[in-house]
Design a binder for this molecule. Sequence first.
Ligand SMILES: Cc1cc2nc3c(=O)[nH]c(=O)nc-3n(C[C@H](O)[C@H](O)[C@H](O)COP(=O)(O)OP(=O)(O)OC[C@H]3O[C@@H](n4cnc5c(N)ncnc54)[C@H](O)[C@@H]3O)c2cc1C
Length: 371
Amino acid sequence: MNIFDEANDLLDNFIFDHLNSYHQLRNYDYGIENRTNVSQISKYTSHRILYEFDIIEKLKKYDKKQKYTDEILWRIYWKGYLENYKSIWFEYINFKENSNNSYLISSAMNGKTGIDCFDTWIEELKENNYLHNHARMWFASIWIFTLGLPWQLGARLFMKHLLDGDAASNTLSWRWVAGMHTNKKPYLASKENINKYTVNRFRDTPISISSKINIIKHSQHQSNKLPVQRSFPNSNILIMFDNDMDIMNRSTLFNSYSKVYILRNIPINNEFELSENVSQFKRGLIDKINKLIPNSKVLKLTDLGINLSGHSIIDVIYPGIGHNLDSINKFANQNQIIINYIYREEDLKCWNYTNSGFYKFKTLFYRLNMI
Ligand SMILES: Cc1cc2nc3c(=O)[nH]c(=O)nc-3n(C[C@H](O)[C@H](O)[C@H](O)COP(=O)(O)OP(=O)(O)OC[C@H]3O[C@@H](n4cnc5c(N)ncnc54)[C@H](O)[C@@H]3O)c2cc1C
């Protein structure tokens, strides 16, 4: 069974057994032993082993698909929103912590806050590399509004440990909790809500919401121009990354090149280092994909230079705003190489409608029958 069959099996089993009750049960976090109320496919969607638009297509024939489809749309929306407001990403990665909070930060990162649920989630995050969506919301709210810590550090901690770590969903969800997204309403976790949706699994720890709600400053971001698709191929080399590995229906594309390089070990500084579990998971996925593309080779970015000698223009499957894009752009600048990005038609279409709120996007998505 290849990795695509494995991922589709997980999705199909979920659809068959639990799609009907998803809208009623999805908000419950019953703990790691009982996760059947959610699909846990995110480690595949974030690497595009499962392609969002294929999932929506697959769901069309089911009755109670609405809530689940909406969640997939959130993923598409966040990606598109970040494409429209790239400066949000740069502001996030350039954030430097200079407060004297190091003791509190270290207690939070090591799960030693004394807040039972929060400390449990830290352990779960580091060991299981997954958190339920509601736990992510409570966690981020406690991090920001109870502990008073910068959201950017929480977002980096998530990216380090989540198998599904995703530049857009993660950065923008943290901003949403902080009250920095379009509705400007912070998400405030409450003890009653946590108790209800965790079925009283945690010691009853009071969560105080601090006055720090008011002090999250953020700049206004102007939307940027969206990219357009140019013609390809422009060289005999194609480059791809771990966050778009949907290779189904792409054999014609791959066959247009003599070599497909899958880049791994993208160097990012200490503040954005991935945990060993996450790195290992990505290595495993890349190796599996490598075996499925006959003319592919796995390369480190540091070895790309020698493999590209003599090329002044290369084609790259667009990896979306995030570290992969930053790294390849930096490489191209340093080596005076022109990059031609290959976009997906569905992405480009959706991004035109993701520059304001989610509900507007969702309404238009259905009305315009975007796939
Ligand atoms: C603070 C915070 C950080 C997050 N960071 C990430 C991240 O780095 N990567 C990531 O993929 N998701 C992130 N999410 C969104 C969401 O929590 C996860 O996608 C979801 O929990 C994954 O579990 P699942 O596959 O069982 O979800 P299900 O409930 O089964 O949903 C199915 C799929 O829909 C999509 N989806 C569901 N909820 C959301 C959502 N709120 N936003 C975007 N897509 C969604 C995902 O692709 C998910 O796999 C974050 C949410 C919050 C509040």
